[in-house]
Design a protein around this ligand. Structure first.
Ligand SMILES: C[S@@+](CC[C@H](N)C(=O)[O-])C[C@H]1O[C@@H](n2cnc3c(N)ncnc32)[C@H](O)[C@@H]1O
Length: 261
């Protein structure tokens, strides 16, 4: 069936039809009309979306590389540029055995840890976050996976024994300035602790840069997501690594890739 006129773009209305009916895209295409209870549910979903709630929170899951991740307002919605960061990190590390240590700091929903565990099932993967809500969601996403989930402020979450032994550190930290004017859909719905770093936006990056050299082993890799106006500052901050800033698919400088010399 074609979605009735809703005020939403057609592709969004179709996705909400799938949620309301429990059918996939093909099933929705073959559907003639909704059952009365599905119709009520559909109208509720349309209203939530028209009120600005992100589509991904309404759907409840996102595809992140090879894995499906449960999402809700306890954590940031994983973004395509972070998926690219995952791809680049996997390419850089190449392979991993049981003695390989991977840390996903600021894990949020656990998306990067889940995808890294998928790519390197033998590696020891650690997922950390400071926020108890995000950690609870990460636990749901990582249930049954051999990933260690730890609570704490950046490196303070990690066992001291990991100092100097990390093969791959990935971080998508908060990097937005509190002065930034984010769209309402982001600012009003996603956790502020996941977005805002402080007055300048580089506060968490600076703390990461100061401590990371003590944790990543010589020859180990570092991948950090940054804001598109932070490339120069990030290169300055992470001088303990041989770094470059890589563009995302739109050509914006969003990924700091470094190797510990
Ligand atoms: C930008 S989100 C990234 C979430 C997820 N890794 C992703 O890529 O979608 C940043 C995450 O960092 C966490 N965070 C913020 N400050 C932190 C800190 N000082 N120590 C550890 N985690 C922190 C937030 O709770 C949030 O989950």
């Amino acid at each position: 069936m074609r979605p009735p006129v809703t005020g939403l773009p057609d592709h969004e209305a179709r996705r909400l039809l799938q949620v309301a009916s429990g059918l996939d895209a093909v099933g929705v295409g073959l559907l003639e009309e909704l059952e009365p209870d599905q119709e009520i549910r559909y109208q509720e979903l349309i209203e939530r979306r028209l009120a600005g709630e992100p589509l991904q929170y309404i759907e409840g899951t996102v595809q992140f590389g090879p894995v499906t991740v449960k999402v809700d307002p306890r954590a940031l919605i994983p973004r395509p540029e972070t998926e690219l960061l995952w791809e680049r990190a996997v390419q850089a590390l190449g392979s991993a055995g049981s003695d390989t240590v991977i840390v996903d700091m600021c894990t949020g929903s656990g998306n990067l840890s889940l995808a890294l565990h998928h790519a390197f099932p033998e590696a020891a993967v650690f997922a950390t976050d400071i926020d108890s809500g995000a950690l609870a969601l990460a636990e749901e996403n990582l249930a049954g996976k051999d990933v260690t989930i730890l609570a704490g402020d950046l490196f303070a979450a990690l066992p001291p024994a990991l100092q100097g032994s990390i093969d791959l550190l990935v971080v998508n930290p908060p990097y937005v300035s509190e002065r930034a004017d984010l769209p309402d859909e982001v600012d009003k719905h996603e956790p502020h602790q996941a977005l805002y770093a402080g007055a300048n936006g580089d506060e968490v990056l600076a703390r990461l840069a100061a401590e990371a050299p003590g944790w990543v082993k010589p020859g180990g890799w570092l991948f950090v997501e940054i804001g598109e106006d932070q490339a120069e500052r990030a290169l300055e901050l992470f001088h303990g690594f041989d770094c470059e800033v890589q563009p995302d698919l739109a050509g914006r400088p969003r990924i700091l890739a470094g190797r510990r010399s």
